[in-house]
Design a protein around this ligand. Structure first.
Ligand SMILES: Nc1ncnc2c1ncn2[C@@H]1O[C@H](COP(=O)(O)OP(=O)(O)OP(=O)(O)O)[C@@H](O)[C@H]1O
Length: 244
């Protein structure tokens, strides 16, 4: 994944990617000698209010890019700044709720059961959602309505799409400034997805949030993004198409 696209405007930049280069490390923790970086010479600037669609073929590196932005992979601090900070080094970005990463699978680490156990235990949606402290009750009620969540759902008995709705609700409870969405709507039905996209648009327009949304599903997205970043696998380049 490589490219040289750039976009900026007069509003405060919330995401700045500058000459990003990334290679997955080998078994010794270092990039294999002579390996071609998965991402190189990639530049992108997004500002408050921007909704960026991240598209590209399987294996292009979309998840990797979102994970780098979400502080899950180490890169040089100057290459990626989120809200002026390095997400890998400044863990308060995530813990404060300013930066939110919502990935494809909802997992947690459980002692003795191992890492990355799917969240499917016998617990109600209400207990999960109301268990998050310090949440604005109005925002919580709006999200429950937008995602059409039945608070009596028990997570070990619901469908994948219903569990996903609870996951998304939990992720959006705090009023994020930057949101990274990785194929998060894949299990949602058409109506739920449309309602969620409308809510996310409002978050950008009214609160000035910035969203990057990686997806292969383009239905209903015609007038949603302000920016599109796409990979052309034939040319092996990233193009940044500025719509706004
Ligand atoms: N932990 C890892 N270690 C080594 N290589 C990895 C790792 N994770 C992903 N890759 C490789 O990096 C490349 C990009 O993967 P990534 O998941 O970022 O692609 P993607 O664009 O999100 O794909 P998709 O559209 O299928 O979700 C793939 O070739 C993949 O095999």
């Amino acid at each position: 994944m490589a490219g040289k696209g750039t976009h900026s405007d007069s509003k405060a930049a919330t995401i700045v990617i500058k000459d990003l280069r990334f290679t997955y490390p080998g078994i010794d923790g270092h990039p294999p000698p002579g390996s071609t970086p998965l991402i190189q010479d990639f530049n992108l600037t997004l500002s408050s209010g921007h909704r960026c669609l991240l598209v590209g073929s399987n294996g292009a590196g979309k998840t990797t890019l979102l994970k780098i932005l979400g502080g899950k992979h180490l890169v040089e601090p100057d290459m990626v700044r989120v809200l002026g900070r390095s997400a890998f080094h400044d863990t308060t970005l995530i813990s404060s709720g300013d930066l939110c990463y919502l990935g494809g699978e909802w997992r947690r680490d459980v002692a003795f059961a191992g890492f990355e156990v799917p969240i499917q235990m016998d617990i109600s949606a209400q207990k999960m959602i109301f268990g998050v402290p310090g949440i604005d009750p109005q925002r919580r009620a709006e999200l429950i309505k937008v995602l059409d969540i039945d608070l009596s759902w028990r997570l070990h008995k619901v469908s994948d799409g219903q569990r996903r709705r609870v996951q998304i609700c939990m992720g959006l409870l705090k009023p994020f400034k930057v949101l990274l969405l990785d194929e998060i709507t894949v299990d949602l039905d058409v109506l739920a997805r449309a309602d969620l996209l409308r809510f996310l648009r409002k978050e950008c327009d009214e609160r000035g949030a910035t969203i990057i949304y990686a997806t292969h599903i383009f239905d209903g997205l015609e007038d949603w993004p302000t920016n599109i970043v796409c990979q052309c696998s034939i040319l092996n380049s990233f193009y940044v198409n500025v719509l706004a």
